[in-house]
Design a binder for this molecule. Structure first.
Ligand code: G4P
Length: 536
């Protein structure tokens, strides 16, 4: 670009960033794929490390009994690694469906996603939900169809399933040669090469790449499968869409790769696609105080970014809360002063963390696309913007309408102050949604049952409060906006019993049933009922 107004070093550093997350249904192979990706990046030396860490985390985190009991990971972290002259940030998302709300927020901080599909199961429930979230921001998606070393669904069926259920166009980039015991590799449609499957290999040798689909070597080596592959490829070339970078970047089309994560097969192609096709950090829209909203360019010199996740007690040795912060522009330097826009005051950013291969290391530098962890003592909330320059606020970090509700009751009524404090802090952290009802009672909302268990335990451990959660007769919540004050007052008068406020004081309608919601919406056509709300 001629005469770029941006500092050239920043432009260069941003260009090399790729920040992505992996979306999948539990057991599709996300952990395995993560591990292989880290292996390529040299971030870990041995296969099995992430898995081992996954379980050793249970052993060391004494604060989180639930995690131990359930044997699942409720923590989420960021892994940065270098690959082929790029800096890659992989944002891990909790796989358990009870924690989907957290996962959703992490997805607001990525520029691309890799979708892992278990080839035996096809598109599963959690994948559908997560894809919907990606769609909110048109996040580009690379698809990895995993477990071809098993007897799985036919590739054409898998592609139609993705297209029909997820409503995204598929552009196959590789195509499987057999499957299960007879899985021979994949044909790369763009390079016209067959990559031979060698189980469990870390680096592919030249001898395993066979040039040209008509190569007689293929007839010799795969006499039973090659005919089918040639027929498939002919059909694919005729019937499916060619890869279009533009459609991929707009979130309309997904390039599809086949492989076997556990065998490290097909993983490198996904990584290459991330480098070649996935976007570097993009401009992000922000509201500006006293001016029009505008796009903040990643290479603008003033430092900006937002908090997308707050996590407590990641490590029992550091009993603090960490705010995960996505840098949107400028450069982070340890000790720099920034504005906390919501609070309207200055803040010093020192000792921010990054989580390379899950070790806490001090990060001295960071640019757009990077994530830093800021020690937080309650001053930062999800959705908060920090800015070196203007008073601006990033948009688009969603709250989702909870699907489960509980009323909190104390065993010891004298502890109501602690309960309120605990719930308020856990609400700010995003562990649970907290609504205040008429008369001051607090109602908890969650996307999954496990969130209640975690909150109950943390109230006990961290706030010394013994609370009982009772079921509440609520079907769903909707955030309300009114066309004018009169409508608002009338609505409040009529619906007082079904109204509450969220943690930021926004009015919420708490419907008892789907029918109740429909009837109220019909009766009040001018009032808007929102199923999601943006933070801040
Ligand atoms: P997740 O994070 O998405 O939940 O999935 P994870 O990677 O833990 O993988 C789920 C299971 O699928 C694991 O088996 C894993 O070994 C297996 N798996 C992953 N990739 C492949 C593949 O390419 N082929 C085959 N056949 N299996 C694969 P597990 O028995 O649950 O765990 P483990 O005992 O193997 O660790």
């Amino acid at each position: 670009m001629a005469d770029t107004p941006f500092p050239p070093d920043l432009v260069e550093d941003v260009r090399k960033r790729r920040t992505f997350g992996i979306i999948s249904h539990p057991d599709a192979g996300k952990t395995t794929l993560t591990e292989k990706l880290l292996l390529f990046g040299g971030a870990i030396q041995l296969a099995g490390t992430v898995k081992a860490r996954k379980s050793s985390r249970h052993a060391t985190s004494d604060w989180m009994e639930v995690e131990k009991q359930r044997g699942i990971s409720v923590t989420s972290s960021v892994m940065q690694f270098e690959y082929a002259d790029h800096t890659i940030n992989l944002l891990d998302t909790p796989g358990h469906q009870d924690f989907s709300e957290d996962t959703y927020r992490v997805l607001t901080a990525v520029d691309a996603a890799v979708m892992v599909i278990d080839a035996a199961n096809g598109v599963e429930a959690q994948t559908i939900k997560l894809l919907e979230v990606c769609r909110l921001r048109n996040t580009p998606i690379i698809t990895f169809i995993n477990k071809l070393d098993r007897e799985v669904k036919e590739p054409f069926d898998l592609l139609s399933e993705i297209e029909d259920v997820l409503r995204i166009e598929c552009a196959p980039v590789t195509w499987p040669l057999g499957m299960g015991k007879r899985f021979g590799g994949v044909y790369h449609l763009l390079d016209d090469k067959v990559l031979r499957f060698v189980p469990g290999e870390e680096k592919r040798s030249e001898a395993e790449v066979i040039d040209g689909i008509d190569n007689p070597r293929l007839d010799a080596d795969f006499p039973r499968e090659i005919g089918q592959l040639r027929d498939d490829v002919e059909l694919v070339s005729g019937a499916s869409n060619p890869f279009s970078l533009e459609d991929f970047l707009a979130g309309r089309q997904t390039p599809v790769f086949f492989g076997s994560a556990i065998n490290n097969f097909g993983v490198q192609e996904v990584l290459q696609a991330l480098l070649d096709w996935a976007p570097p950090p993009q401009p992000r829209v922000a509201g500006v105080k006293g001016a029009d909203a505008r796009f903040v360019e990643p290479a603008e010199a003033p430092f900006t970014g937002f908090v997308f996740k707050i996590q407590a007690n990641m490590d029992p040795r550091h009993r603090d809360r960490i705010a995960f912060f996505r840098i949107c522009s400028g450069r982070y330097n340890s000790g720099m002063k920034v504005k906390h826009v919501r609070m309207g005051r200055e803040m010093k950013l020192a000792n921010a963390l990054t989580f390379m291969a899950n070790e806490r290391v001090h990060k001295e530098d960071g640019v757009a696309g990077d994530i830093i962890g800021i020690h937080n003592h309650g001053q930062l909330q999800i959705g908060d913007t920090l800015s070196e320059g203007e008073n601006l606020g990033f948009r688009g970090i969603p709250y989702f309408s909870p699907e489960m509700f509980r009323a909190a009751r104390l065993r010891d009524p004298l502890k109501s102050k602690q309960l309120e404090k605990g719930l308020k802090e856990l609400g700010e952290e995003g562990a649970i949604q907290v609504f205040e009802l008429e008369g001051g009672n607090l109602l908890l909302g969650a996307v999954g049952q496990l969130q209640f268990e975690v909150v109950e335990q943390r109230l006990r451990d961290e706030y010394k409060v013994d609370a009982i959660f009772e079921s509440a007769d609520i079907y769903t919540a909707r955030w309300l906006t009114f066309p004018d004050d009169l409508t608002r007052r009338n609505f409040e008068r009529e619906q007082a019993l079904r109204l509450g406020k969220d943690i930021d004081g926004n009015p919420v309608y708490l419907a008892s049933t789907r029918y109740n919601l429909d009837v109220t919406m019909e009766k009040w056509p001018k009032v808007a009922f929102h199923a999601t709300r943006e933070h801040g």
